[in-house]
Design a protein around this ligand. Sequence first.
Ligand code: SIN
Length: 282
Amino acid sequence: MSLEITATDAAAGAEVKGVDLREPIGDNLFATLDRALGEYGNIYSRDQELTPDQQMAVTLRFGELDPNVFGETHGLDGYPGIVVISNVEEDGHQIGVKGAGNNWHSDMCYDATPPRGTILYAHEVPEKNGLPLGDTCFAATNKAYDALPTEMKEALKGKRAVFDFAARKHLNPITQEQIDRFPAVSHPVIRTHPVTGEKCLYIMRDDTTGIEGMEQDEADLMIAALADHITRPEFIYRHQWQSGDLLIWDNCTVQHRAIQDYALPHRRLMHRTTFAANGAPA
Ligand code: SIN
């Protein structure tokens, strides 16, 4: 098998062919995949047949586990680091997190050190009359940055955005104990990618609660304008899942959003793992 990495025709995403992820990822392959992940924002490989242990091995090759709080109640049996994302019910109980990520976001932006990447492995993909449902969209924050007018790039230089986990209260059922674990943090609005050195925009409509040194009204307008800009159609890749897809996304190069256009009896079952960055965001 020879490795082939083909960019999609959208602003993000590349398909990786010629890899069997059941096998250990050697140093050369890892360096190529790590670079492609940073550059394309997400890389995916179809027809993988992975056990939970093999998904864990792929994840740990990229970095230490860094699961988010929403998965704490839906870890896979025997694998607390694997979060089950699913609409499936068994004995009247949800077997996984239902409706995860239906707003544009970058994972755990409310953390002082957000994770480098996230892996989603598709076990069951809902479909209607042959049409796959439950796509995931990715917005290329590097391309969005490049396309900003020079004046805006100048205005954003050195600015830091505030992320307050408490703001998620209206989106997710979170406890006071979880809120206390994540006091408000700030990150550069323009992040420099740790691998590619590219500049990426790091602003999300629902998670960014302010911009340091800016009046709240002005910050709200800026956040809305940038969030709209990042998610313009020309910066988006929409992944249509097949079971057996393993997709890795980079939480700096892209933001993502899950499309909730399916319901039982159409089943969606994914296993998610998240891995840490090697250092704080630039
Ligand atoms: C997520 O945001 O982690 C969920 C993505 C998906 O289920 O497509």
